[in-house]
Design a protein around this ligand. Structure first.
Ligand code: G6P
Length: 457
């Protein structure tokens, strides 16, 4: 069976065999802490064994719910943010492509991941002529963005179908007991799925959080889980860096960080992978970015961004490295046609397919960037199918746990995310924080008038 592989040939002058072997015991310890649930954040390690523990009855329930929503909807809106949004979008777009909304019979669209009137009004106008349903996802059940979007979209749904039918077009995915969404779902009798207590948002793609929207897009969740299972069996049984690509990836990025690299750029050459990078950024950024530490996880889409960020990566501050994701087997083949006039001088490419040209772009880029002092490694994915995406996502989940432990942080909490929320709630006058409201307005009044630069005419 094919699996994903890690190729770090272009790191060989910065990652010595000796350094690799030296870090082996640390990595083993980090893997053990993950598998035996003995490390920091141990209460949130439910995702480790999840691939082998999902009950078949739950999968059937998810599939039937998705089939029922698909049967009566042109559009299914998945409402959520962060870990309650990115995993599903990553998988759906990686399998169906970024233009999926234009060609799929049932469209999965997204809301609750911003607070934009413009976005919401566009969506509401679009829905006027569509049959639609809502999936609302929030682990805490109290996150502002999805709660606002749900209130607005539920209102539109109820006006369109009446309260009773609207209730049958809503599925809530949340905590088993706590949070406003759970209470609302109970009161209104919505179909509900539970997010396990021991699985944090950014690790929840294999719970109903990811599985229901993925099934609603018509993608096989059985295949997706099979990929997770295959990778879970393989990665958790192998503690040698030499034979375990997730451990090797965690070790290499750790060694580079210790050598002073500050930025890891995840690179794809396939637009369908854009949201895999977005998911990856949350996974690594939120898991590792604490206690004044961590590589900054950035991403680019090539060759697009070679024409905007390529210069900096080739030639800017040498504080970065790249991780390429390359797909071995392409879904489509588009061949360059003959053109008699050859004014664009592209006849030398006649008969070649775009995949070959794209692959040459990757090879040329990796070599040029290495020569310029930006080393890279490459994750090779056999194909963009639900099965291999399952493998890839589990690969990154194990890698971030090990990498986080190597960094000596708790990879499973995110206390820093609360700071902006506290300020926003205070500014908006949320009941219960009156003192904070008074204080923040006073602070802002003092800050605002100073240091403003404007044109006089
Ligand atoms: O699922 P929810 O509770 O609504 O949370 C959605 C997201 O927002 C929070 O602020 C956290 O930083 C994320 O880890 C989480 O995935």
């Amino acid at each position: 069976m094919e699996r994903i592989t890690l190729n770090y040939t272009y790191m060989s002058d910065v990652i010595s065999d000796e350094a690799f072997m030296q870090i082996q015991p640390e990595v083993e310890q980090a893997l053990r802490a993950t598998l035996e649930k003995t490390g920091a954040g141990r209460d949130f390690l439910g995702w480790v064994s999840l691939p082998h523990e999902i009950p078949e009855a739950l999968l059937q329930d998810i599939q039937q719910t998705a089939d029922a929503l698909r049967a009566k909807s042109d559009v299914i809106i998945s409402i959520g943010i962060g870990g309650s949004y990115l995993g599903a979008r990553a998988v759906i777009e990686a399998v169906q492509g970024p233009l999926a909304p234009y060609h799929e019979a049932t469209q999965v669209l997204y809301a609750g991941h911003n607070i934009s009137s413009w976005y919401m009004q566009d969506l509401l106008t679009f829905l006027e002529k569509k049959d639609f349903s809502l999936i609302v996802i929030s682990k805490s059940g109290t996150t502002t963005e999805p709660a606002l979007a749900f209130r607005i979209l539920r209102d539109a749904l109820e006006k369109c179908y009446g309260k009773e039918e609207a209730g049958k077009r809503i599925v809530a995915i949340t905590d088993k007991a706590k949070g406003a969404l759970k209470q609302l779902a109970n009161d209104e009798g919505y179909k509900t799925f539970i997010i396990p207590d021991d699985v944090g948002g950014r690790f929840s793609v294999l719970t109903p959080v990811g599985l229901l929207p993925i099934a609603c897009a018509g993608i096989s969740i059985q295949e997706f889980i099979k990929g997770f299972r295959a990778m879970a069996s393989a990665l958790t049984a192998e503690s040698s860096l030499k034979n375990n690509p997730a451990l090797a990836y965690a070790a290499i990025r750790t060694l580079l960080y210790r050598q002073g690299k500050q930025i890891e750029i995840l690179v794809n050459f396939e637009p369908a992978l854009h949201y895999v990078s977005e998911w990856w950024k949350q996974l690594f950024g939120e898991s590792e970015g604490k206690d004044g530490k961590a590589l900054f996880p950035a991403s680019v889409d090539f060759t697009t961004d070679l024409h905007s960020m390529g210069q900096l990566i080739q030639d800017g501050v040498r504080n970065l490295f790249e991780t390429f994701i390359i797909v071995n087997k392409n879904r489509h083949t588009v061949t360059v046609p003959h053109d008699e006039s050859n004014l664009d001088t592209l006849n030398y490419l006649e008969g070649k397919n775009l995949n070959e040209i794209n692959f040459s772009a990757y090879q040329g880029t990796a070599l040029a960037h290495k020569d310029g002092g930006a080393p890279s490694m490459t994750i090779e994915l056999p194909e963009l199918t639900p099965y291999y995406l399952g493998q890839l996502l589990y690969f990154f989940e194990i890698a971030v746990a090990v990498s986080g432990y190597l960094l000596k942080v708790n990879p499973f909490d995110q206390p820093g995310v609360e700071a902006y929320k506290k300020n926003m709630f205070a500014l908006l006058g949320k009941p219960g924080v009156e003192q904070a409201t008074h204080e923040i307005h006073t602070r802002l009044e003092r800050i605002q008038p100073k240091h403003i630069v404007t044109l006089e005419k």
